[in-house]
Design a protein around this ligand. Structure first.
Ligand code: AR6
Length: 174
């Protein structure tokens, strides 16, 4: 099941939350900063042992002081006008995180809106890619619970519209 909510991902009591990280894995602003603040210094200490993460890779750590058991760290693509394969990169970002969650026995995963903050990926395209990729994954993992946690109402609106559109497409195909 996919649910779209307004909220703060650091408060989500799920098996894993996804961090829109950068390749250093040593923290930053936005959701990354919020996750590190809420998890405490032990998270940064574990991240230091991972020696970064290339764009295209995802790495998992414990959640420490977070309600979530794990954090999946995944740098999203930086938007460079759409000519650098950003759309495909964003899709693989959601796919990698979901695969890593399954490999670690997670049944519930929460995502932030990856790349649509500092990395400036347009919300309309990002929300369409995220929702389509998650719904595709759920076809083969129907017991998994996936939450998109939007931090502001504008973002929430885009993801809700994308879910509505994708659901209508699926219904038309039936
Ligand atoms: N819960 C849920 N979503 C949040 C939260 C929160 N607590 N805080 C912010 N957001 P961004 P990016 C939303 O910039 O574009 C960092 O410095 C935010 O409103 O965090 O992938 C990293 O270290 C926006 O909708 O991530 C990287 O350097 C969304 O999360 C870089 O930013 C993503 O915004 C990554 O940029």
């Amino acid at each position: 099941m996919l649910t779209i909510i307004l909220g703060d991902i650091t408060k989500e009591p799920v098996d894993a939350i996804v961090n829109a990280a950068n390749t250093s894995l040593l923290g930053g602003g936005g959701v990354d900063g919020a996750i590190h603040r809420a998890a405490g210094p032990e998270l940064l200490a574990e991240c230091r042992t991972l020696h970064g993460c290339e764009t295209g890779q995802a790495k998992i750590t414990k959640g420490y002081r977070l309600p979530a058991k794990y954090v999946i760290h995944r740098p999203g693509p930086i938007w460079r006008g759409g000519i650098m394969g950003e759309e495909q990169l964003l899709q693989s970002c959601y796919e990698n995180c979901l695969r890593l969650a399954v490999e670690n026995g997670c049944r519930s995963v929460a995502f932030p809106s990856i790349s649509t903050g500092v990395y400036r990926f347009p919300l309309e395209t990002a929300s369409e890619i995220a929702v389509r990729t998650i719904l595709e994954f759920l076809k083969t993992h129907p017991d998994m619970e996936v939450r998109m946690v939007c931090f502001d109402r504008e973002t929430l609106g885009y993801y809700e519209d994308a879910l509505k559109e994708q659901t209508e497409i699926v219904n038309e195909e039936d």
